[in-house]
Design a protein around this ligand. Structure first.
Ligand code: KE4
Length: 435
């Protein structure tokens, strides 16, 4: 038995499914998960001392690669003064100043400890502010595991065939209207069927939890206008895309384009963040319009709290990660690496005559073995999951770790530049030939 197998056998006795988050269990791709004991740059070192080129990047946070020296040094320096104070601390202010500077639509921000907390709190805030109960979300979008959002959810919920989780009362589910993504008529019908009742629309502006899906041109503007017209708040869940695709996330990409033709800025009412702003430590944040955010306790009637919110170590790590973005402006390089990987897979599949879709933007991508362009939950499900599983294992055998699910996005870091991306493209090409 390998060390990973021994660890997994022990974990299975103690932890449900042997994992602390379902998608890690390899259940949709088959086989047993490997255990990792170290990570650095683009590489994971398994408990059996195998080195793998990592395209999961701990599900997004490792924008600058694993264990970046500047992030490690920032954590070490903060650690000198303790781990948690339970009081306001200077790091929280420095983090809030950066988030507000990076993301112009965020006038005020509240830190929390996960993306789930961020989205759960944002919809509670939207409900409190609008005094309405219903929310609109989209099939396949995943916003963490709070009850109102585990309806037709993506990511691990979709991977394991329970997009509607057990344990969510029907009364809660009734308040969540689920619509198809990229479908303007469905959005109009959703609002028309619930006049004056929709507190908010929450969406991943680029979806990263049903594979990677980008919006049709103009779709996000359509959602924005529909929310404004209906008096509903628009919540951008940028937990994954924030600081990943642009220093201001997808709204930053939208506004780069609008600035050129002097159009007014695209402004969601609230934005949820996480992952990268923790530099690999537990973190979440939500922010936006000051008049909405001021509905939060202790100022307003919407309660939200957290023992470790604004934790000094997580803030120090996240501040270092954001300062590296300022220092490096990594996005052009990340997009070039993303295109390199996409083109390698497209070329290999073309040679083999294997239908494939490889949606990619910057350092996010996914691979659907399908001849149908993927633009929503239904078309994502047309991907051949069996071929994906064989491809996944062929890549792993070659030393490349892709997300262990056809319904996740892949992530690239600045550490993948050079030999890592070249080796990975060779492995992906060989894997296509093998399957
Ligand atoms: P966390 O609670 O896992 O920090 O964040 C939830 C969340 C919210 N919104 C979006 C857009 C997200 O992608 C996530 C979490 N992403 C998954 C990856 N698909 C986390 C991995 C996991 O569940 O193990």
């Amino acid at each position: 038995m390998t060390v990973s197998d021994q660890l997994f056998a022990r974990a299975l006795q103690l932890i449900p499914g042997g994992v602390n988050s379902p998608v890690r269990a390899f259940r949709s791709v088959g086989g047993a998960p490997f255990f990792v004991k170290a990570a650095r740059g683009a590489t994971l070192t398994t408990a059996d001392d195998r080195e793998l080129i990592d395209f999961v990047c701990t599900w997004g946070p490792a924008l600058h690669g694993h264990n970046h020296p500047k992030i490690r040094a920032a954590i070490a320096a903060a650690l000198e003064h303790g781990t948690s104070f339970g009081t306001p601390n200077p790091y929280e202010v420095a983090m809030a100043e950066r988030i507000v500077r990076f993301v112009p639509s965020i006038q005020k921000v509240r830190m929390c400890n996960s993306g789930t907390e961020a989205t759960m709190s944002a919809i509670r805030l939207a409900r409190g502010f609008t005094k309405r109960d219903k929310i609109i979300k989209f099939s396949g979008c995943y916003h963490g595991h709070s009850d109102s959002l585990l309806i037709k959810a993506g990511s691990g919920a979709l991977t394991h065939g329970n997009p509607d989780s057990a344990g969510v009362p029907a009364s809660f589910a009734r308040e969540t209207v689920v619509l198809p993504y990229n479908d303007r008529a469905a959005l109009d019908a959703g609002f028309a069927a619930n006049p004056g009742q929709i507190a908010c629309v929450i969406l991943e502006p680029y979806c990263g939890n049903v594979g990677f899906i980008m919006p049709d041109p103009g779709y996000l503007d359509y959602v924005r206008e529909a929310c404004t017209k209906a008096g509903a708040l628009l919540i951008f869940d940028e937990v994954m895309t924030g600081f990943r695709l642009h220093k201001a996330g997808v709204q930053g990409l939208l506004n780069d384009g609008r600035a050129q033709n002097k159009a007014p800025a695209f402004t969601p009412d609230l934005t949820c963040l996480g992952k990268i702003i923790g530099g690999g430590l537990p973190v979440g944040a939500f922010g936006g319009r000051a008049d909405v955010m001021d509905y939060l306790a202790p100022l307003g009637p919407v309660y939200q709290a957290g023992t470790l919110s604004g934790n000094p170590l997580a803030m120090a790590a996240g501040i270092a990660a954001l300062d590296l973005i300022d220092e490096l402006n990594p996005y052009p390089k990340l997009d070039q690496l993303g295109r390199q990987l996409r083109d390698a897979v497209l070329a290999a599949c073309r040679t083999k005559g294997l239908p494939v879709q490889v949606p990619q933007s910057g350092s996010m991508f996914s691979i659907f073995f399908s001849d149908t362009p993927v633009r929503d939950y239904a078309t994502a499900l047309k991907g051949d999951a069996k071929i994906f599983s064989r491809f996944f294992h062929a890549c792993l055998a070659g030393g490349v770790y892709l997300a262990p699910s056809a319904y996740e996005a892949g992530f690239i870091s600045t550490a993948h530049d050079g030999p890592a991306i070249a080796k990975a493209c060779d492995v992906l090409t060989a894997a296509v030939r093998q399957i």
